[in-house]
Ligand binder design. Structure first.
Ligand code: AP5
Length: 217
């Protein structure tokens, strides 16, 4: 069983690594950011409610996020494990997750904390491009698509996320320091936290992550 949480500042590479892990261990990648952006794209009631908050880099209300995760964790594909990417982001969410997992007789086994300093994050996120269809993240400097601005897989034009403007990234980083850093300490005290140097190239980070997680069961 691999019940994994990815933690780290905005742009640390959580989503990039979560996709590798998901493929390697055949477990679902549960990205709360992707779920919210999907709702925004579909202009659902939830999407309209959260759009301004997400685009400004603030956090969506804890109760709402817990309700979203509660529903997601009842789906059958989490039976052999999951990777949570973007949740929990506050101590209140971490405590709620503990209760949810207890109810379904699971527990957090690995918390991968990807560490990257602020100046690198701002540079990375200014260069990030994402596929609006499959969500794959590229970087025009470190990881460009094969064809000019087209997703390698879906062949549709890549887009810039609205919350990747430098001033919004700095806001997101401040929110991270205030509300999410305490979550790292929460898991450090449980001895499930593994710190990874996210400034290394993607493939090196991937090797470290797979080394920590060990083989597929
Ligand atoms: P979310 O989508 O979770 O954003 P985030 O945590 O800020 O993380 P990012 O997706 O920006 O970065 P990442 O670490 O996944 O990096 P990536 O792999 O893409 O959340 C967005 C918003 O939704 C929040 O601000 C909030 O409003 C709301 N929200 C979501 N969850 C919530 C919750 N639980 N509670 C309340 N609100 C919530 O990589 C970034 C770039 O770097 C890419 O270009 C990539 O190619 C490149 N890259 C990756 N790794 C490397 C490397 N090793 N070297 C060089 N470049 C790299």
């Amino acid at each position: 069983m691999k019940n994994i949480i990815m933690l780290g500042p905005p742009g640390a590479g959580k989503g990039t690594q979560a996709k590798f892990i998901s493929k390697e261990f055949s477990i679902p990648h549960i990205s709360t950011g992707d779920m919210l952006r999907d709702e925004m794209e579909r202009k659902s009631e939830l999407g309209r409610k959260v759009e301004e908050i997400v685009n400004s880099g603030k956090l969506v209300d804890d109760d709402l996020m817990v309700a979203i995760i509660k529903k997601r964790l009842t789906q059958p594909d989490v039976a052999n494990g999951f990777i949570l990417d973007g949740f929990p982001r506050t101590i209140s969410q971490a405590r709620a997750l503990d209760k949810l997992l207890e109810n379904i007789k699971k527990r957090v086994e690995f918390v991968l904390y990807v560490e990257v300093p602020e100046d690198i994050l701002v540079q990375r996120l200014s260069a990030r491009r994402v596929c609006p269809k499959c969500g794959r993240a590229y970087n025009v400097i470190s990881n460009p698509p094969r064809d000019d601005n087209l997703c390698d897989v879906c062949h549709v034009p890549l887009v810039v996320r609205k919350d990747d403007k430098p001033e919004t990234v700095r806001n997101r980083y401040r929110v991270y320091l205030d509300l999410t850093l305490p979550v790292i300490e929460y898991y450090r005290n449980r001895n499930v936290l593994f710190t990874i140097d996210g400034t290394l190239p993607v493939e090196k980070v991937k090797d470290m992550v797979l080394n920590i997680l060990g083989g597929a069961e």
